[in-house]
Every structure is written in C-alpha cells, then in structure tokens.
Design a protein around this ligand. Structure first.
Ligand code: PRP
Ligand code: URA
Length: 209
C-alpha cells in the first residue's frame, strides 16, 4: 500500500503508549492527543511545496524558502478528531477548519452523518482529515467521500491508531488519499473496537460516559 505511511518515531510511540493506559486521565489524554497530532502533522506535511523569497538578515540579503501555493484545511471528524486540531494549528496557524459530524451506530457500527461544514471553495486547499481512530474505516471512508462531493481533491488522512481492517477499507475506497498512521494495531473485536487500542477516543477526550 504505497499511499500508507506508518509513523514509527520513538517519541510518537512513547506518547501513544501513554495514551493507551487506562489510568491516563482526561486532561493528560487531551494533551497527548494534541502533541501526537502535531508530531504526525510534521511528517504528513513534509511534502508541502516551498518557494524562495528575499529576506534581509542582519548580515545580508538572501533568498530563503517559505511555504508556497495551496492553502490548507484541517477537517476533524467529530467528535474525537477535534482533539487533534490544536496541535496541527500550532504548525499551520493560517489553516481553515472544516467539521464533519459522524457517529457509529452502536449496533451496526455503520457511520451516521449529522453535520458537514467545509471551507469554501475547498478545491484550492490541501486537506488534512483527522480522526484518532480508524476502526472499520466506515467513518473515515464516508468523510472522504463527503469532502470529494464538495470538490476536495488533494486530501490526506491522519489517524493515531488504525486496525488492519480499517486501513485496508480506506485504502481500497480512496486509493488517491495519502494515509498517515501513528500505530497499526492487531485487530477489531466483536464490538468493532480496536485491540489493544485505547478504548473510546471521544469519551476519553471529553470525559463523557
Ligand atoms: C469513533 C472514532 C471514529 C470512528 C472510528 O467515533 O473517533 O470517528 O469511531 O470507527 P470506524 O472506523 O469503525 O468508523 P465515534 O463514532 O465513537 O464518535 P465520537 O467521536 O463522537 O465519540
Ligand atoms: N472508536 C473508538 O473510539 N475506538 C475504537 O477502538 C473504535 C472506534
């Protein structure tokens, strides 16, 4: 799967391990999600095009690179994706933020759509879709479909933990999308939760349940 990058930096893996711990409380969990998102985005955005501009340093004038071209949009899948936005905006403060609301039906595990508000026009932006968990891949795949229906065409998807089943689904449904994964876990259980995973990401970020 040449459009999939599994990120293996030791600092990232350390933080993901802390996140998994059931004794990690809401405050710490939120902080870790934000830091992990920033570290992942640093890698996922490593191909952003640059252009040289002239700057005068205290010593002399020089041509030096800045980010060029397309503007960015970060699109979290609600709710849990919200936890990743701040970390990415630390790196790219000028990015616009769209929102896609999806929840998994507890019985069928199928995503149910309840909200969609995207920056317009979306066509001209590099889009980073974020959700901590890629389980069956239903939510991620639907979110990408919705963005494409609105005209999005340069899209990256970033998650913290993926199950093999979800990664395969997303790759098959959207072979044109670059996928970045913090850690690839073993499998889904009978409730379509990722094993070993970290439990319910939304509940852990927002302290619900
Ligand atoms: C979680 C998670 C993903 C989805 C992944 O959201 O944040 O969006 O499940 O599962 P899938 O790959 O099988 O679709 P959830 O539906 O629990 O909603 P929440 O973020 O509002 O808690
Ligand atoms: N959603 C979560 O938050 N966790 C999982 O393991 C699967 C879906």
């Amino acid at each position: 799967m040449d459009n999939v990058t599994i990120l293996d930096h030791p600092l990232l893996q350390h933080k993901i391990s802390m996140l998994r711990d059931k004794n990690t409380g809401t405050n710490e969990f939120r902080k870790l999600v934000s830091e992990i998102a920033m570290l992942e985005a640093f890698e996922a955005l490593s191909d952003l095009p640059t252009e040289d501009i002239e700057i005068e340093t205290p010593i002399e004038k020089c041509m030096t690179p800045v980010i060029a071209g397309r503007k960015m949009a970060v699109i979290p899948i609600l709710r849990a994706g919200l936890g990743m936005v701040d970390g990415i905006l630390t790196l790219v403060p000028t990015a616009k933020v769209g929102h896609i609301g999806l929840y998994r039906d507890p019985d069928t595990h199928e995503p149910q759509e309840y909200y969609c508000k995207l920056p317009s026009p979306i066509e001209e932006r590099t889009i980073l879709v974020v959700d901590p968990m890629l389980a069956t891949g239903g939510s991620g795949s639907d979110a990408l479909r919705m963005i494409k229906e609105h005209g999005g065409n340069k899209i990256k998807f970033m998650c913290i933990i993926a199950a093999p089943e979800g990664l395969e689904r997303l790759h098959n449904d959207h072979p044109d999308v670059q996928i970045y994964v913090g850690h690839l876990d073993r499998q889904l259980n009978e409730n379509a939760y990722i094993c070993p995973g970290l439990g319910d990401a939304g509940d852990r970020i927002f302290g619900t349940k």
